[in-house]
Design a binder for this molecule. Sequence first.
Ligand code: ADP
Ligand code: MG
Length: 465
Amino acid sequence: MQNKEFISKLSTYLKKYNSSLLTNSLNNLEDVSITDNKITLYLSSNYALNILKNNIDELKKISSEILNQSVNVELSFKQSNKNTEIKKQYKEETTNSSLNNGVKQPILTEQNKTDSEKKRDPQIPFLNKIYTLENFIPGDNSKYAYAIARAIAANPASEYNPFLIYSNVGLGKTHLAEAIGNEIVKNLKYKVKYVTCEYFINEYIKSITTKTAEQYKNIYRNVDVLIIDDVQFLEGKTETQNALFNIFNSLKDSNKQMIFTSDRPVSAIKEFLPRLSTRLNSGVVADLQPPSEETKVAILKSKCSQKNIEIDNEILIYISENINSNVRDLEACLNRLIAFAKEMNEPLTLENAKNILKDLIFESKDNSKITLEKIIKTVAEYFNITTSDIKGKKKGNSITTPRHIAFYLSRKLTECSTTEIGINFGNRDHSTILYSVNKIENEIKTDEMLRETIKLLSNTIKSES
Ligand code: ADP
Ligand code: MG
C-alpha cells in the first residue's frame, strides 16, 4: 500500500475510533514508512511520541486492520518540516471531519474475526465477541451492575428495562453491555442490535438527507434488544434525541429490552430532552466505580489466562498498585509485558517489568525536588507560551487554561500551600488558586484529553526533577 493511501485510511479509522488523543497527536506526523510488516511513524513532537507510545497497541490494531495483516508499529522522532506532503495530507484529511466521521467502532484483529464479520461492511458496528459475562470480573465496584446484566441476559425485557450503565472511561461499560448482547444471541438467538451513539446519530442524519427516516426508525423498531453505547454524544442533538424518544416508546410498547451506556448520569448531559432523560432513567441505573486493588489483580489474572500467558503475582500486584485510573490502562500494561514475553528470550522478572512499564508507571517517588519554576517552565514549553504568560494576567483560553493547569500541578506535585503558589504566580490571592485547582479537578473527570495532558506533564516534571 502507498503511504498516501495508508494515511488516508489511518485518518478515517481514527475518526471512527473517536480518539481525540490519537488524532491530535498525529497532527505532528512528519513521515511514514511502510515495509513488509512494519510501519514507522515519524513524529516531530516528543509529547506526541509519548502519547502514541502509550497507545501503541491501538495503533498496531488499527494499522493491522488497514493493511489486512499483522504489522508492528514503530515510532521515531523527526525534526519538523511544515511542508511535508504527509503532514499536509494528514491535516487535510482530519480537518475534513464532519459528524459522519464520528463513528466509533470496535476494532477487531484478523484472528478474532469470524467469517461473517470479515464480510461485514466495516461501517456497521457489531457485537464484539470477546466481551462475555464470563470474562467480566465483578468486584465491589461493579457487582450490582453485573448482577443486573446476568438477570437481563437470562430474561430480557422482564424486570430491568431499560438498563442504563454509567461510569468514567475504561471501567467496563461497553464490555458489560456487549456481553449481555452476546449472551442473548448465543442462548436465545434473539435479534440484538448494538450501535455506538455516534453511529446512531450518523445514520439518523443520513436518513434525513436521503429521506429515509421512516426506514431508519423501522430498523431500530424491528429488534428484540437494542444497545446504544455512549449516549452522552446525544448532547445538543435534539432531533436525534427525538428520534430515539420515538424508538424508545415503540420498543417499550412491544416489550423489547434496551440497554444504554453513558460516561455520566443522564441528568448531567447538557441540552438533553427531559422526556428522554426520564425514559432512560425509568428502568435500572447502575454505575461502575474504579476497581479495588484485589479486583484489579483478579482482572489481570483473568486477562492473562485469556491470553494464555503466566505472569508472576508480584508483577500483577505491582501494576495494580500503580495504576489507579481504569481497567483499560491496566490492560495496556499487561499488553506491553505480553509483547516482551513473546519477543524476548528473557524471563519476565519484576525488575524487567518495571523497566518495560517505566513510561506507563511512575512510582510515587520523592517529589520534594519539584519546584514551582520547573512546573511553570514545563507547562509553558508544552503549550508554546512564555513563563511570563503563565505568571501574568493576560486573558484568553490559550493562556488561562495552561495557567490553571500549572496551578493544579503546583498543588498536586509540591507541598506548597495555595498562598505560596499565589505569591509565586504574580501575587495572586490563595482563593484564586483554590478555585482553579478545583475547576481542573472537576474537568478531568470528564475530559479525557485534559486528563492525559496532565498525566503527561506530571510524568515529565517528575522524571526531570
Ligand atoms: P468503557 O466502555 O467503560 O470505557 P470498556 O468496556 O471499553 O470501558 O473497558 C475497557 C477494557 O477494560 C476492556 O478491554 C474490558 O474488557 C476491560 N474491563 C473493564 N472492566 C472489566 C472487568 N470488570 N473485568 C474484565 N475486564 C474488564
Ligand atoms: Mg465504552
